[in-house]
Design a protein around this ligand. Structure first.
Ligand code: SF4
Length: 304
């Protein structure tokens, strides 16, 4: 163990690495246990994935400006959108509707109203059953006696994948109870919110301590099983067009889909204002698209 409690020869467990491992055990082994082949450069994003990343990058950039207390010059939004588009792998000029969307996000400020932003994409680590877990919430806010970990997503129906939600909440809760959290925030009640910047809704997905411990225990055991399977030569690769398209190990993987066949994108069709039709939440469909950002923040209990 090193000074921060990390286990040597093993990687920190993150929600992203765990999700990768769920789609392909071989990728999970490399992400979560040990990377025997080294990291390849991330695959070049397709247009769909670049749009997805651009929106995340732009929202993060805005939050950093708000965190510093800086005044945002709305005239600079097109330049900000273009910069984030290029840093996300996009080519050419960014779609003008992306800037419109960003302007709306700024004007409504949907998830920060009456909340004090205290951190943006800061990494927190903590150990559980000898494994290091790492979380990087998109934003941390203080509201009264509560510390809110905001996890932003482009999905219109962010609660559809319950497993992913519980894993994220469990890791956030563990990491934010660890040594990296400043002393002044430790007495606050911690809540984890999933915030869809597509719909403007925020969902409280906080787990009880027992629920979080059960999820983390399952994850530790699953990661250990990956190593056992690898040692026994029984680790399977599960290539998929989209999974391989996003995989950082694709270049060296004998099971990978050929580059010409992978998509590496969010499912099409995808638009700036239309969300992801493949993942619509029936409740949001019933409310209609005019429900976006109105009211600015609605906290809802997770569906049973
Ligand atoms: S390239 Fe595809 S098959 Fe190979 S590890 Fe990555 S996701 Fe799995």
């Amino acid at each position: 163990m090193n000074g921060k409690g990390r286990v040597s020869m093993a990687r920190a467990i993150t929600k992203t690495a765990y999700a990768a491992g769920r789609s392909c055990p071989l990728r999970g082994y490399r992400s979560l246990v040990r990377n025997e082949w080294g990291n390849a450069p991330p695959p070049a994003p397709s247009g769909g994935l670049a749009r997805y990343r651009m929106r995340d990058a732009a929202v993060t950039a805005l939050h950093r400006i708000w965190l510093r207390g800086g005044q945002l010059d709305l005239e600079q939004l097109p330049a900000l959108a273009q910069s984030c588009w290029e840093s996300s792998g996009g080519e050419g000029l960014v779609d003008p509707t992306a800037t419109d969307w960003l302007r709306e996000y700024v004007s409504v400020n949907p998830f920060m109203t009456n909340r004090r932003l205290v951190a943006v994409q800061q990494t927190f680590t903590n150990t559980f059953m000898g494994r290091c877990f790492s979380a990087r919430p998109d934003a941390l806010c203080v509201e009264g006696d509560t510390l809110l970990a905001l996890e932003l997503t482009s999905a219109r129906a962010p609660l559809l994948d319950r497993r992913a939600i519980t894993v994220m909440a469990a890791i956030d809760q563990l990491a934010l109870h660890g040594p990296d959290l400043p002393e002044r925030y430790r007495r606050l009640d911690l809540r984890v919110l999933v915030c869809s910047h597509e719909s403007g809704h925020a969902h409280d997905v906080t787990l009880s301590r027992a629920e979080a411990a059960a999820v983390l225990t399952e994850m530790v055991e699953w990661v250990a099983q990956l190593a056992v399977a690898r040692a026994a030569g029984a680790l399977k690769a599960l290539p998929s067009r989209d999974g391989c398209g996003r995989c950082q190990y694709r270049r060296d993987c004998p099971s990978a889909f050929p580059p010409a066949d992978v998509t590496g994108s969010v499912p099409a069709p995808y638009s700036w204002d239309g969300g992801r039709p493949d993942a619509e939440d029936p409740r949001e469909r019933a409310e209609g698209s005019s429900a976006r950002f109105d009211p600015p923040l609605r906290e809802e209990a997770p569906s049973p």
